[in-house]
Design a protein around this ligand. Structure first.
Ligand code: ATP
Ligand code: MG
Length: 399
């Protein structure tokens, strides 16, 4: 019997209300797995024998997040819970999504269609574990094993192959040899899967504590071959797999990857776009790549730090440590404290002030002048005060 974590306790009234209405409901998936591993849980997922319409009759506030797949979101006391009807996924024809979701009334049927034994565990409201596929034993053995016949499971949904290697990394587990063999044999099915979904798993792989092992599997099984832009980089990926340090965030993950693949900064955007990274993330990685290249040759100066910002500079320092170069986090913080401004917004004068002062129509000159003011303030040759800037501009314009 498991002592319920607060997150589960908060969700108990939901399970109870479903049961009072005459249906079954259990905690399932990652939260049960992580509880048994004594890890902090992300989100609590609930599986139930009630159909979506029946769930919507029980709760007042619900959102249809994926009703065709049987998922309804219930809003309950400032939190939200995904409640999914027990289902089987009968016919798969395109190796990605079930053509046909069939709702069933049995928990066992639902757990059977889940990907790995450690993810096919359920827990009832009293903390009792339901384990039809020996998932607890695999948790003890630290083993990722497909539920049932691995080959069939990867044919149903090829993303599971990526989920398997990402779990190896995230949990620092090993992969069962039959499961691994089935991935190697069927790695090409990954081609059918939407890049966005592969990206989620690959990023988690890079961030996990078992990254070394997982990357080795990712290469040996040839999964890398069907990932955007990695096909011709086996050797470079093997080098990356030797890296020891933890990777703390997504920006560091993508920047280090591009650094190891020796993709020129000019091609980085295309690479990241192929991976369907967000515009914002692409910009951040480009900044980080520029800053890393700079930092490999120099210490940070005011201009570079101002340009990329403190967070990226610290990420770069972390990467330098990873790459076994000498680092100095303290000096980055000190340099940041010395910066007279951290962004344009902090300049104590704006375009309107300048236009009025000089009595000129706005035009390109205004932007150019603002940049010069910004640079002078940053370099310390101009004080960031309204009067000082006015004086500087009148002097500058006389010239
Ligand atoms: P995380 O802690 O990273 O959220 P998770 O195991 O909870 O890991 P989710 O993607 O949140 O992963 O999925 C929740 C559960 O749904 C899984 O534990 C698994 O039981 C099931 N699941 C998710 N994706 C698949 C899939 N492609 N095939 C089969 N079962 C899946
Ligand atoms: Mg989850």
């Amino acid at each position: 019997m498991i002592l319920l974590d607060d997150q589960f306790k908060q969700a108990l009234p939901i399970i109870d209300k479903i049961q009072e209405a005459g249906f079954e409901a259990y905690f399932v998936g990652g939260s049960v797995r992580d509880t048994l591993l004594k890890k902090t849980i992300n989100d609590v997922d609930i599986a139930t024998s009630a159909k979506p319409d029946e769930i919507k009759l029980i709760f007042q506030k619900t959102i249809d997040v994926g009703i065709e797949h049987g998922t309804v979101m219930v809003l309950w006391k400032d939190a939200s819970y995904e409640i999914t009807t027990f289902r089987t996924e009968s016919t798969y024809q395109d190796f990605r999504r079930p053509d046909n979701v069939e709702f069933v009334r049995s928990l066992k049927e639902d757990l059977k269609r889940r990907d790995f034994t450690i993810n096919a565990l359920a827990m009832n409201r009293d903390g009792q574990i339901i384990d039809y596929f020996d998932g607890q034993n695999d948790l003890k053995k630290k083993m990722i094993r497909a539920v049932g016949i691995p080959e069939e499971r990867f044919f149903e949904d090829a993303l599971r192959m990526m989920r398997g290697v990402r779990l190896v990394s995230q949990l620092d587990f090993d992969m069962d040899s039959e499961t691994e063999r089935a991935i190697r044999m069927n790695h090409a099915l990954l081609e059918k899967i939407a890049i966005e979904r592969i990206q989620v798993e690959f990023t988690k792989l890079l961030l996990g504590s078992g990254r070394k092992k997982a990357l080795a599997l990712f290469i040996q099984t040839n999964l890398f071959y069907y990932c955007p832009g990695l096909k011709s980089y086996k050797k470079e990926l093997e080098e990356l797999a030797k890296l020891e340090c933890m990777i703390d965030n997504r920006i560091i993950a993508w920047t280090l990857l591009i650094h190891y693949l020796r993709i020129p900064t000019t091609k980085a955007e295309l690479f990241l776009r192929e991976w369907k990274c967000s515009k914002k993330e692409i910009n951040q990685v480009q900044s980080a790549l520029f800053a890393l290249e700079y930092r490999l040759e120099n210490n940070f100066n005011r201009q570079v730090l101002y340009q990329v910002g403190l967070q990226i500079a610290l990420d770069v320092e972390t990467m330098m440590e990873c790459l076994e170069h000498p680092v100095n986090f303290e000096s980055v913080h000190l340099l940041d404290q010395e910066l007279p401004i951290h962004s344009k917004k902090e300049i104590r004068i704006n375009g309107n002030d300048l236009k009025d002062m000089l009595d000129r129509k706005p035009g390109k000159w205004l932007g150019d002048l603002m940049i010069e003011i910004e640079e002078a303030i940053l370099a310390g040759s101009l004080l960031n005060e309204k009067q000082a800037i006015f004086d500087w501009v009148s002097h500058y314009y006389k010239k």
